[in-house]
Design a protein around this ligand. Structure first.
Ligand code: DGY
Length: 320
């Protein structure tokens, strides 16, 4: 009997790969230290039964058209904006993602960014490393306390909720913008659903947790950014395209807000050179889910989704 074939576009934690191997599948991994290009991806994946992709692999119509044997694409990420899921559905290809398992890691990183911004951690590190620390001083690097501040969460899904939980513990008042009311957030954190304009106007800390889609693209545009308080902090651990990055950079140059924390960028992995010159930013390389725990669980979930579909069962976390 022919063994089922799985192609993985990058080295992911072994734990999930081992599950696929134990199942008797033939597993091929693209092992180069760079993203696979379109031609190579089509060549190596088109005859496989399953493909495991990263959020940096753009799986468009042209690629999907060639995937004549593929039954499932398991994206190693919670977000799946890199895949044309509608065309995949038309082709009968199931697409899955990895929600839940990375929620706590991403929420932890969001808090790390908020605290790093609020307490001007990058400026502090810089000062010490450049040997410019001349001793304790009453006005050295004054930041902002979180207690009693208003935190505006854009998108009260799993990650937004986990961030709200953490911010509540820091004494923040929680407001949120979402398509629907989150009764659990309202009950547990006394969170109030507000309009986006209201959130932008009244928050001291803004944190973005919406998936990227046609509705959320450029949701935080210049008009919205203009509403921010002068002392506010804005954090993006979702997707770069949700925010008007150029306009935000301009505001940071003009000190129109206090600080911004980025884990994601508009043209990832290219970073706008203007961002690198700013002092009032914290810049991370898209590491929201980068913990041993989350990445292992993502690997297991990806494998379980592949196994479920190839065994004729329902995927655990389908998105189309
Ligand atoms: C995801 O899974 O979508 C995250 O962006 C990874 O950090």
């Amino acid at each position: 009997m022919d063994r089922k074939k799985v192609f993985i576009t990058s080295q992911i934690p072994e734990i999930g790969i081992n599950l696929l191997i134990e199942k008797g599948y033939s597993v091929e991994i693209y092992n180069k230290n760079q993203s696979i290009n379109k031609k190579e991806l089509i060549r190596r994946a088109k005859d496989c039964d399953a493909v495991v992709t990263l959020l940096s692999d753009k799986i468009d119509k042209e690629i999907l058209e060639k995937f004549n044997n593929v039954k499932v694409i398991a994206n190693y990420a919670a977000g799946y904006n890199n895949i044309d899921i509608n065309f995949a559905r038309e082709k009968g290809i199931i697409v899955t993602n990895t929600p839940d398992v990375l929620t706590d890691s991403t929420a932890d990183l969001t808090l790390a960014l908020i605290l790093a911004c609020a307490r001007r951690i990058p400026e502090g590190i810089d000062l010490v490393r450049k040997k410019q620390f001349k001793g304790w001083a009453p006005k050295l690097l004054l930041g902002m306390e979180l207690n009693n501040k208003t935190a505006g969460i854009i998108g009260m899904g799993r990650i937004g909720f986990a961030v709200a939980k953490r911010l509540k513990a820091f004494g923040c008042k929680i407001i949120y913008y979402s398509n629907r009311i989150n009764p659990e957030a309202e009950r547990n954190f006394n969170a109030k659903k507000v309009s986006l304009k209201n959130l932008m106007k009244n928050s001291d800390i803004i944190s973005i947790h919406v998936p990227l889609n046609e509705k959320s693209k450029n949701l935080i545009n210049s008009e919205m950014l203009d509403l921010l308080k002068k002392d506010s902090i804005i954090i993006n651990t979702a997707r770069g395209e949700v925010i008007d990055e150029d306009y935000l950079i301009k505001m940071l140059y003009e000190n129109k807000i206090f600080y911004a924390g980025f884990d994601v960028y508009q043209n990832e992995p290219r970073i706008n050179p203007q961002l690198l010159k700013l002092k009032n930013v914290v810049l991370l390389p898209h590491i929201g889910s980068a913990t041993k725990e989350a990445r292992d669980k993502m690997s297991i979930l990806v494998a379980k989704n592949v196994i479920a579909v190839l065994s004729g069962r329902k995927a655990l976390t389908p998105v189309n």
